[in-house]
Ligand binder design. Structure first.
Ligand SMILES: [Mn+2]
Length: 497
């Protein structure tokens, strides 16, 4: 028998979290009896073995090596990003930083990749949070990482095996970063403010971001497979939305967003960007993501949405659909003009072609169309003159951007790379649109409030372009037939596939 009486008063605090009888559990939470901790951390069956290696591990190692070669003698720090508070003690769902995922395949929050020069070549260390499994009281006292709270996850050893890279516990990160020289260390900033504050900024970090974007311009075959998977799920999401249109006419754009996003969660990680579910004149607002409007019979629905696949590659597709299933004559006129512009743009995608060539091809068709509709005064050359460009009141945006892990991928590539010539393996969107604001007095009344965008995802091949999203119909007749077909088939949530 112990001669020490068990205290019924916790003798622990934040400064002194563990005593013989009590364990500190955090602010506003009662201390936990030591005997309960012992009980909670014992008598658990061993865990089943996990999958051995990430299928992309060898690719990630090659990428780290290529990156290090661009920065000899430098230590490179690439964080996954910190959790972001949504409200008080609840966070947004975490999405790891693109550069970090590209170099590791890891999607952990608060993790950091450090690539340091070494005598035998660059050495990569991935800092990840240690397990909070039943070997520690944090198992049930740590609401952010404790595995009873958030589920089991990979720790240091499991991550090293799975991602094929040396790993260290996050608890050593601060000390290790503080020991780095500010003159030779470059950080990808803006993702993890704590990491940013530990290493002084360096002018060459601009170059680090450029290289990380430019490395991603050409997609490897396994990346294209991920994009294709994201696009296939996106196609099914569009089909879901068509099936749900009767419900949307009852409850509005929220149904469109909810139904598409359901498919994104069922088949992918999430949506790659906030779904644009724009009905009626909301279609003339480029990034309408409020999605709280009505969906009226007789209006158009512009749906710009993409599923982000599990490895975080995203689709980016837009269709403009007649809510009733049939385009009105005025809607069809504008639709076919945008379609002709997209056809012209798609036709010129090929290696060696200027990045802006699809844009120019589309703009010439749209500008001529605006002249034919009596909205602009010709001739075409005058409209398109660099010092005039009046068509842009209605076309509003460029026709292409790169697509990959980010929806606007490779954003830090230098202008001369991004706006250079297309190369085999690039994936870009082709997405012309026409937007007639509801109060635009330069537009005939019958067209006011009409917004049309058609967007596909195109891979540059050795000889031209391959439309990766061609499974979704683009032509007006085909869209009407496709919608009618979906309405005559099985209805209900996720009924396709
Ligand atoms: Mn886009």
């Amino acid at each position: 028998m112990s001669d020490t009486p068990v205290s019924h008063e916790p003798d622990v605090s934040e400064e002194n979290p563990i005593s013989e009888h009590w364990v500190w559990a955090g602010h506003h939470r009662p201390a936990i009896p030591r005997v309960l901790v012992d009980h909670m951390t014992s008598h658990w069956a061993p865990e089943p073995a996990r999958e051995a290696t990430h299928p992309g591990a060898a690719h990630f190692a090659t990428r780290r090596h290529r990156l290090a070669e661009e920065f000899p003698g430098r230590t490179l720090v690439i964080p996954s990003g910190s959790l972001k508070v949504r409200a008080n003690d609840t966070d947004y769902r975490f999405r790891a930083g693109t550069e970090f995922v590209y170099l590791t395949g890891c999607q952990d929050p608060e993790a950091v990749l450090v690539i340091a020069p070494g005598a035998e070549g660059p050495r990569s260390t991935l800092y990840v949070a240690a397990r909070r499994d039943h070997r520690t009281h944090e198992f049930f006292t740590d609401a952010r990482y404790g595995e009873l709270w958030v589920g089991a996850r990979r720790g240091v050893d499991e991550s090293a095996t799975f991602f094929g890279v040396d790993c260290a516990s996050l608890e050593y990160l601060t000390k290790d970063l503080e020991s780095l020289s500010a003159t030779t260390t470059l950080v990808v900033r803006g993702l993890d403010l704590e990491v940013d504050s530990l290493v002084e900024a360096h002018a060459d970090e601009v170059r680090l971001n450029e290289v990380l974007s430019e490395m991603r311009l050409v997609k490897e075959p396994f990346e294209i497979a991920h994009l294709e998977a994201a696009i296939a799920s996106t196609v099914r999401g569009f089909e879901d939305v068509v099936r749900a249109l009767p419900l949307a006419t009852q409850f509005g754009e929220r149904v469109v967003e909810g139904v598409f996003n359901l498919r994104a969660r069922v088949e992918g990680n999430d949506v790659g960007y906030n779904t644009i579910a724009a009905s009626g004149s909301h279609a003339t607002v480029l990034h309408w993501t409020t999605n709280d409007g009505e969906v009226r019979h007789g209006d158009l629905l512009l749906l710009d949405a993409g599923v982000e696949h599990h490895e975080l590659y995203t689709a980016d597709v837009t269709r403009t659909l007649p809510v009733s299933g049939t385009y009105s004559p005025a809607q069809r006129r504008i639709y076919e003009l945008v379609l002709a512009a997209q056809d012209a743009a798609l036709a010129v995608v090929a290696p060696g072609v200027d990045f802006l060539e699809p844009h120019r091809a589309a703009m010439s068709v749209l500008a001529q169309g605006l002249i034919d509709l009596g909205i602009l005064e010709g001739p075409l050359e005058d409209v398109l003159r660099p010092d005039r460009q009046l068509h842009r009141r209605y076309t509003l945006h460029g026709v292409s951007h790169m697509l990959g892990l980010d929806v606007h991928d490779c954003a830090h590539a230098r202008n001369e790379s991004y706006f250079g010539t297309l190369k085999e393996g690039y994936v870009l969107t082709v997405e012309p649109g026409l937007y007639f604001q509801p109060h635009d007095l330069t537009v005939p009344e019958e067209y006011r409030g009409i917004g049309v965008r058609i967007e596909d995802d195109v891979l540059v091949t050795s000889s031209g372009g391959r439309n990766l999203s061609e499974a979704l119909p683009r032509r007006a007749d085909e869209i009407e037939a496709w919608m009618a077909g979906l309405w005559s088939g099985p209805s209900g949530t996720l009924s396709g596939r």
